[in-house]
Design a protein around this ligand. Structure first.
Ligand SMILES: NC(=O)C1=CN([C@@H]2O[C@H](COP(=O)(O)OP(=O)(O)OC[C@H]3O[C@@H](n4cnc5c(N)ncnc54)[C@H](OP(=O)(O)O)[C@@H]3O)[C@@H](O)[C@H]2O)C=CC1
Ligand SMILES: O=C(O)C1=N[C@H](C(=O)O)C[C@H](O)C1
Length: 273
């Protein structure tokens, strides 16, 4: 048991989630901001991380040197891009520190590299770090198990702000995966992510995805189970990015005592399947 506050590095410190993470770390007993990282050439380099996040001066300047930052740190919170996350996974593994990954849109090859890094350090990766969405995933799995695939079609609908660059969202895929698990099938082989033109009738047993983008929506997700003459809809609406940041900080604190390996938020929250 370590009573000292956990020393955390925020990478992508100037981003929407980076700034939220800095604010949440400042509010969390048992966690402290050790370093804040942005890419080389970023206009945020040299700025105080607290000022950047709107919580006043905290004496931690933003730098572009993750290697140096990781040396004395205990964990890294990473909501950046797939390429950056793969690089940070290698560095965090070398430093043997906890790596919390919220980045979405990773390819199969990115995920294989992240899994390789998890042989040396504890990695917690999830398409959504909030308690509400992870509970929703458990409910979706139960509903998909209970409702027969011959008569019940599953569609995952999501909406996010206009700046989001990946689709379907990491959360939509997490929920699709939960539905597939409930049905005892592989999501990859049964997902329909695009429909356009004369598509033909809906193949039974598939899991469909629909993506909306616009405005400043933080993240809305619905899983619709459509039967003959009735619909069951399970939904989550994120109103504030701090729900993801609080989950990420909780994951880092949980990871402090764990063996190397690849974990998700269900492990952190004790909702594991
Ligand atoms: N799992 C979850 O619960 C959640 C996941 N996300 C995911 O987190 C990711 C980030 O989202 P968001 O904060 O909205 O995006 P932003 O674009 O606002 O932030 C990303 C930040 O990372 C920086 N960055 C990119 N590459 C590097 C690098 N090599 N070194 C240092 N910094 C880097 C970017 O800098 P620059 O602008 O210069 O490229 C930017 O400041 C997305 O994948 C999103 O889907 C978001 C919310 C919740
Ligand atoms: O990019 C975002 O903003 C979000 N990304 C995550 C996702 O892809 O699901 C989580 C959240 O919905 C916000």
């Amino acid at each position: 048991m370590n009573d000292n506050p956990m020393k955390l590095v925020v990478v992508g410190a100037g981003g929407r989630m980076g700034q939220t993470l800095i604010r949440v770390i400042q509010e969390t007993d048992g966690a402290m901001l050790h370093a804040a990282i942005e890419r080389e050439g970023s206009p945020f380099i040299g700025k105080d991380a607290g000022e950047l996040a709107g919580v006043g001066t905290i004496g931690v300047p933003v730098t572009a040197d993750p290697l140096q930052a990781f040396v004395d740190a205990e964990g890294v919170l990473d909501f950046t891009s797939p390429a950056a996350t793969v690089e940070f996974a290698g560095l965090a593994a070398q430093a043997r520190i906890v790596h919390v990954i919220g980045t979405t849109g990773c390819s199969l090859s990115d995920d294989q590299k992240i899994e390789a890094a998890s042989r040396h350090a504890c990695i917690i990766k999830s398409g959504n770090m909030s308690l509400g969405v992870n509970l929703l995933g458990v409910l979706v799995e139960q509903a998909a198990r209970a409702l027969p695939a011959e008569n019940w079609d599953i569609e995952v609908l999501e909406m996010h702000h206009k700046h989001k660059v990946d689709a379907p969202s990491g959360t939509a895929l997490l929920l699709g995966d939960a539905a597939a698990r409930g049905r005892g099938i592989e999501l990859q082989a049964n997902a329909v992510k695009v429909r356009d033109g004369h598509t033909g009738a809906r193949p039974a047993g598939t899991i469909g995805f629909a993506t909306l983008r616009g405005g400043s929506v933080v993240g809305d997700h619905s899983v619709i189970l459509a039967g003959e003459g009735e619909l069951v809809t399970l939904s989550h609406s994120a109103r504030d990015r701090s729900i993801f940041a609080r989950g990420a900080v909780a994951a880092a604190l949980w990871g402090r005592g764990q063996k190397p390996g690849l974990y998700d938020m269900l492990d952190v929250l004790g909702l594991s399947h």
